[in-house]
Design a protein around this ligand. Structure first.
Ligand SMILES: Nc1ncnc2c1ncn2[C@@H]1O[C@H](COP(=O)(O)OP(=O)(O)OP(=O)(O)O)[C@@H](O)[C@H]1O
Ligand SMILES: [Mg+2]
Length: 259
């Protein structure tokens, strides 16, 4: 089992939308994908059409697992693949507080782990995990969920995919963050440089920035229809994501520049 952890040092750079698109791209190739949505707003599952509550707030509110939170599945036309979206949060900045309340209650934390185990025990080829900004392998949400995944899949391979916008400052901060995370849990897959202005000069600059990163690097322009979109479908997958997706299943380290 492969697990791609989508990470960033800056908010709003596209982690959630890219996680959703990468999941769709994989499902379109016939893979069974679990999208683990740990975005505070539940955005990656929202753009796939999930409108139910998050697992954590609903556990707190109802004291039990609400079926909706676990059963949102998006089948893909003409493909055997599918995306099963697991939405953890959805209530914004309260996410950390809610997570702690669940984990510090013996009963609720058991229910949380049981619910995740239930999903993970189903058939899947890959887990694509969207994270809150700045989350690393020490953050509570990743640590707890990863421990459930590792118990169920002793052969779990975790690989890290970083996302940044193309500004020099963001790239510099990302590099510091990457060094920190890779020291913690080595497993670089690559980097996405997202939302590059679709102008020749900006694309050229992004290309030279891309060549300074290791692993697979994909450069994705600002795409009007992806901006503030509330729903993505396989038709929205940029070709760069289609190409990037194939690297999920290749041995590490792989090197490529995707434009
Ligand atoms: N390549 C792109 N072109 C245009 N808009 C994009 C692109 N990538 C992402 N977006 C848009 O940018 C906004 C932020 O994206 P997203 O929510 O995925 O970022 P994030 O890193 O997950 O943010 P957060 O820090 O809130 O979790 C969204 O409205 C999304 O639709
Ligand atoms: Mg997000």
């Amino acid at each position: 089992m492969i697990r791609i952890q989508v990470l960033s040092s800056k908010g709003g750079v596209g982690k959630s939308v890219l996680s959703a698109l990468l999941s769709l791209a994989s499902a379109r190739r016939g893979k069974k994908v679990i999208l683990l949505d740990a975005d505070p707003l539940g955005w990656s599952s929202y753009v796939l059409g999930h409108r139910g509550p998050g697992l954590i707030p609903s556990l707190l509110k109802e004291g039990r697992v609400v079926a909706d939170t676990l059963s949102f599945s998006k089948p893909i036309n003409d493909s055997r693949g599918s995306v099963l979206a697991v939405k953890l949060f959805g209530e914004g900045v309260r996410y950390e507080e809610d997570l702690k309340s669940v984990l510090f209650s013996e009963e609720l934390s058991k229910a949380f782990k049981r619910a995740l185990s239930l999903v993970y025990r189903g058939t899947a080829d890959v887990i694509i995990a969207d994270s809150p900004t700045m989350a690393d392998f020490n953050s509570l949400v990743i640590k707890e969920e990863l421990s459930v995944a590792s118990e169920i899949f002793p052969d779990l391979v975790t690989r890290n995919l970083y996302v940044t916008d193309p500004t020099t400052l963001s790239a510099m901060n990302l590099r510091t963050f990457m060094d920190h995370v890779e020291k913690m849990r080595k497993g670089l897959m690559g980097t996405v440089i997202n939302m590059v202005a679709p102008l020749p000069s900006a694309m050229e600059e992004a290309e030279s920035l891309a060549s300074t990163f290791q692993g697979v690097v994909a450069v994705i322009p600002f795409i009007e229809r992806l901006y503030n979109t509330e729903l993505v479908s396989p038709n929205d997958i940029p070709h760069q994501i289609t190409e990037l997706e194939e690297f999920i299943y290749r041995p590490t380290p792989s090197f490529a520049l995707i434009f």
